[in-house]
Design a protein around this ligand. Structure first.
Ligand code: NAD
Length: 312
């Protein structure tokens, strides 16, 4: 099939594109290279440098590349940027996504896969609980609102225009190629700092000195598998959490990475960051039924740490 990966020069999108190529698909990447990197894009994929806010440029790219399936990963991905610049976040994540959806309709795309957020869409998940897809959504950042907005458009596009869709609500994704210079992506940030011999900071969940926020960390390998199945139309659910259901504090991640790299770092403890949820853990029962077992955290972190070490 001809598959377009928007955001395919980024962390997750580039892994999805590589796996689609391996599976025999003809892959195009639509990306403005704002946070993505040309070097992430396989020689076997066709890269078009387009900002999804530019509807005419999106239209020209679809006319040229004629995708049959689109997996839409391109986004403004930072929660904290979204709180500082909510209009820019919405311009990319809402209006840009609509530009892509409109092009899908005009060019008879057969399926649309949407990278949404399980990590932000449910709001706070109380201690001892894991958020199921049926839970009420409670977006507490402009970023989460923008993802939920597109989730709301999708049934309308299916009803009005016959465009089938799958929403993948990713938990906290980690793996090779994640940007270690951003504000999010604690695994990548810690790997880089450890390898550079710099201290690593645990931002508080509530009070400075606590072990940090609780998150559900999922390997990019599992996210790729979910995307491949969704592209092939093998996921019957409209919405799927892509998660492990295993809660980890930031401190536990720091300890696991120190162990994996054999490097002991100085730990510093910072205050709570505005906009950070205290606890976000998702229910993986349907995930496991659909995509099979997810990778163990210790194994996935060890592989990721090795990748960063080999590159440093
Ligand atoms: P990333 O920043 O590495 O990838 C995003 C890609 O989109 C980049 O290549 C960037 O250049 C491109 N992009 C940004 N704005 C664009 C625009 N206006 N036009 C065209 N391209 C544009 O981030 P990622 O972590 O790989 O995220 C991929 C997707 O997964 C995003 O939709 C993100 O919201 C979602 N997601 C990620 C996580 C996570 O933990 N990383 C969790 C939940 C959801």
């Amino acid at each position: 099939m001809r598959v377009m990966v928007t955001g395919g020069a980024g962390f997750i999108g580039s892994h999805v594109a590589d796996a689609l190529i391996e599976a025999g698909h003809e892959v195009s990447v639509l990306d403005d290279l704002s946070t993505g990197n040309r070097d992430n894009v396989s020689q076997r994929a066709q890269l078009v440098t387009v900002d999804i806010r530019d509807a005419d440029a999106v239209e020209r790219a679809f006319a040229e590349l004629r995708p049959e399936v689109v997996t839409h990963q391109a986004a403004q991905t930072s929660v904290s940027v979204s709180t500082r610049e909510p209009a820019r976040d919405a311009a990319i994540n809402v209006v840009g996504s609509i530009n892509v959806l409109e092009a899908c309709v005009r060019h008879d795309v057969q399926r649309f896969v949407f990278a949404s957020t399980g990590g932000a869409i449910y709001g706070e998940v109380p201690e001892g609980e894991r958020a199921r897809v049926g839970w009420p959504t409670q977006p507490l950042s402009p970023y989460a609102c923008s993802k939920l907005a597109i989730e709301a458009y999708l049934p309308m596009y299916r009803h009005e225009h016959g465009l089938p869709f799958t929403v993948l609500r990713y938990a906290n994704v980690y793996g090779p190629r994640q940007d270690p210079h951003g504000e999010a992506g604690v695994v990548a940030i810690f790997c880089l700092r450890l390898l550079e011999g710099r201290p690593i900071q645990i931002n508080a969940m509530r009070e400075t000195g606590d072990p940090g926020c609780v998150r559900d960390y999922v390997s990019v390998d599992d996210v790729v598998r979910a995307n491949l199945m969704a592209v092939a139309g093998k996921i019957e659910h409209d919405i799927l959490n892509v998660c492990t259901g295993v809660p980890s504090t930031t401190l536990q991640i720091a300890e696991a990475l120190q162990h994996a790299l054999g490097i002991e770092a100085e730990l510093t403890f910072g205050p709570r960051r505005a906009g950070d949820l205290e606890r976000s853990v998702l229910d993986p029962s349907i995930t496991h039924e659909v995509i099979g077992a997810t990778r163990s955290l210790s194994e996935g972190l060890a592989d990721t740490a090795r990748w960063f070490r080999d590159r440093s």
